[in-house]
Design a protein around this ligand. Structure first.
Ligand SMILES: CC(C)(COP(=O)(O)OP(=O)(O)OC[C@H]1O[C@@H](n2cnc3c(N)ncnc32)[C@H](O)[C@@H]1OP(=O)(O)O)[C@@H](O)C(=O)NCCC(=O)NCCS
Length: 146
């Protein structure tokens, strides 16, 4: 198991992970966005497969988490926590002041993960998700710079 920065070499593996986890998965082509200048990602690789990954887009001093996912076979081993810690560490290094994200309102595991890292609910977006339709909870974390 190794945590590494997401690069173009990981896109097929992460696409397979997206398909295993989400009803509207990101394609390898869409994931290329995370390898551009104003975005980044981290992936936990197990041999040639992606066990977990997460991405962040940045605009000025704001970061937005695109997705975090752990393959169902690898859950509750701390992989998502490792990915989120790496994302927030990189965000700090890039001078990001606060990070936002949307999460399905019923997604208790993800909400618990984000709360553990200091995210708080700041609003909702009605019917934000499809397949199935559901509200999004908007969460935000202010980064402290030492
Ligand atoms: C949410 C998700 C990413 C967590 O991945 P994971 O690798 O299993 O999480 P970790 O083992 O790193 O857990 C870190 C913390 O998250 C929380 N957590 C994770 N899974 C949980 C669960 N099933 N129930 C409650 N809390 C949970 C806990 O606070 C946990 O800390 P703890 O183990 O000390 O209690 C994973 O369940 C997943 O991929 N879900 C589907 C995709 C998804 O919903 N992504 C978020 C989209 S915004």
């Amino acid at each position: 198991m190794r945590l590494t920065r997401l690069t173009a070499t990981h896109l097929q593996a992460v696409e397979a992970l997206e398909r295993a986890v989400f009803s509207n998965p990101w394609s390898a082509k869409a994931l290329e966005l995370l390898c551009t200048e104003r975005a980044f990602g981290f992936v936990v690789m197990q041999e040639d497969k992606a066990a977990a990954y997460g991405g962040m887009l940045t605009v000025l001093d704001e970061g937005q988490i695109t997705n975090i996912a752990t393959h169902p076979h690898h859950r509750r081993r701390g992989y998502a926590a490792m990915v989120l810690q790496a994302l927030l560490g990189e965000a700090r290094e890039r001078g990001i002041a606060f990070v936002t994200l949307e999460v399905r309102a019923s997604n208790a595991p993800a909400i618990a993960l984000y709360q553990k890292f200091g995210f708080e609910a700041v609003g909702t977006r009605k019917r934000f998700y499809t397949n199935p339709t559901e509200d999004a909870l908007v969460m935000q974390c202010t980064l402290t710079h030492l």
